[in-house]
Design a protein around this ligand. Structure first.
Ligand code: PLP
Length: 416
């Protein structure tokens, strides 16, 4: 594929990495043009929840294509968007009364940030600073990058990024420092605090406790700081519950969802807002409206896919599959015993570990070698530097899980 004009994301084409051509997918497997069956151990960048090409979701997409492909969503509506909003209201916390559609995790974050600033601007309060958690990742658009960790990912774009207040990550044993820093920062009247609840994904699959999440939420509530939960990755069962926030009894003012919203089949996102956030934009004054849209907002085909996903959650044993995957992951992680493996951790369906390496960090030389090695074992496993994580679709079977962990063990043995 070296003569392809395609410029791939997060890919250094100069290194000439082979780029497999995938022709179809089913369940936890991807099939390539050269006849390989690849196990999708990271759910195609964390989107595929039930498995690829879930028949019910595929059928809903096919049916919707015969009815309505696309319609402007400013001042117009359609049944899939209306039904989906009602469906989301029915399964998500009551306090999140409003559903704003967009197309990706990053745009759901941009929307959340704009809602928070619009809320204070419309109330005539001069609050605009955003607080973030150290090591966070919220996407690659400018606002989403601004509220994410700074590093090699975004160094070149730093002049475009706005300043934020960074709260230290609540590492085990250092939780009080996080809470103290948040308390101090909240006294300066910021607009909002955005967090990845319980699990920071791209920052290295770092998890923290529900107690800390609840305590952070309480501090924000006490200071009138809007709490934005970015559940783009953690939502839809990844951490064991539909939302990670559930485990802490936390309800945010603003919630971002994408990835598993359509079961991972087609792009769609929602930013859910509290009635207070919505009401702050409600007025006879057109200048106070929420100024955000994109051409494909609430695309009917994507909404139909998400509606079918809600049916899957309602009618199939999704919770049982999540519990089973959680237990099967735990058993394999425990059994993986190698002197180079450290920092083993798990939350719900996600496991992570570190493989000892001289360099460390995202640009660790071990990372690409691991990637190539896993590829040679017909596995889609994409380490974050020397952090290897396993986040498969919920339908993965034991044989495929065994293959993943056997390859991780083998990589520890053979790669230096
Ligand atoms: N927020 C979180 C927590 C994410 O993990 C991601 C992507 O991985 C995003 C936002 C951005 O989502 P997208 O890649 O769909 O823009």
């Amino acid at each position: 594929m070296t003569d392809s004009p395609v410029w791939h994301p997060f890919t250094q084409h100069g290194l000439g990495e082979p780029i497999p051509l995938v022709t179809h997918a089913e369940g936890a497997a991807l099939y390539t043009a050269d006849g390989r069956r690849i196990v999708d151990a990271i759910s195609s960048w964390w989107v595929t929840t039930h498995g690829h090409a879930h028949p019910r979701i595929m059928a809903a997409i096919a049916e919707q294509t015969t009815k309505l492909d696309q319609i402007i969503f400013a001042g117009w509506t359609h049944e899939p968007a209306e039904a989906l909003a009602r469906g989301l209201r029915a399964i998500l916390p009551d306090a999140l009364t409003r559903v704003f559609y967009s197309d990706s995790g990053s745009t759901s974050v941009e929307v959340a940030l704009k809602m928070a600033l619009g809320y204070f601007a419309n109330r005539g309060e001069a609050r605009s600073r955003i607080l973030v958690l150290e090591h966070s990742y919220h996407g690659d658009t400018i606002g989403a990058m601004s509220v994410g960790a700074r590093g090699v990912f975004n160094r070149a774009y730093a002049p475009l990024l706005f300043d934020v207040g960074t709260i230290p990550f609540p590492a085990a044993g250092a939780e009080q420092a996080t809470l103290d820093a948040l308390e101090a920062a909240c006294r300066t009247q910021p607009a909002a605090f955005i967090v990845e609840p319980l699990l920071l994904g791209a920052g290295g699959m770092l998890n923290y406790s529900p107690q800390v999440l609840a305590a952070m939420r309480d501090i924000c509530t006490a200071h009138g700081v809007l709490f934005i939960a970015d559940e783009v990755m953690t939502g839809w069962g990844r951490t064991g519950t539909l939302l990670a926030c559930e485990q802490a009894g936390v309800v945010p003012e603003i919630l971002c969802l994408s990835k598993g919203l359509t079961g991972g089949a087609v792009p769609l996102a929602v930013t859910m807002a509290s009635e207070g956030v919505y009401q702050a934009h409600l007025s006879q004054d057109r200048a106070a409206m929420f100024f955000h849209s994109s051409s494909y907002t609430a695309n009917p085909i994507a909404c139909a896919a998400a509606l079918a996903n809600l049916d899957v959650w309602r009618e199939e044993p999704v919770a049982t599959r999540i519990a089973s995957l959680t237990a099967r992951q735990a058993a394999r992680l425990a059994a993986l015993d190698h002197p180079r493996v450290s920092a083993k951790r798990q939350i719900g369906t996600v496991t992570a570990l570190e493989i000892a390496d001289a360099d460390g960090g995202y640009l660790s030389a071990l990372g690409p070698r691991l990637l190539a090695f896993f590829g040679s074992r017909d596995l889609l496993l994409r380490p974050l530097g020397n952090t290897v994580y396993v986040m498969p679709p919920y339908c993965i079977d034991d044989a495929d899980l065994d293959a993943i962990y056997a390859a991780i063990g083998e990589a520890c043995e053979t790669l230096d």
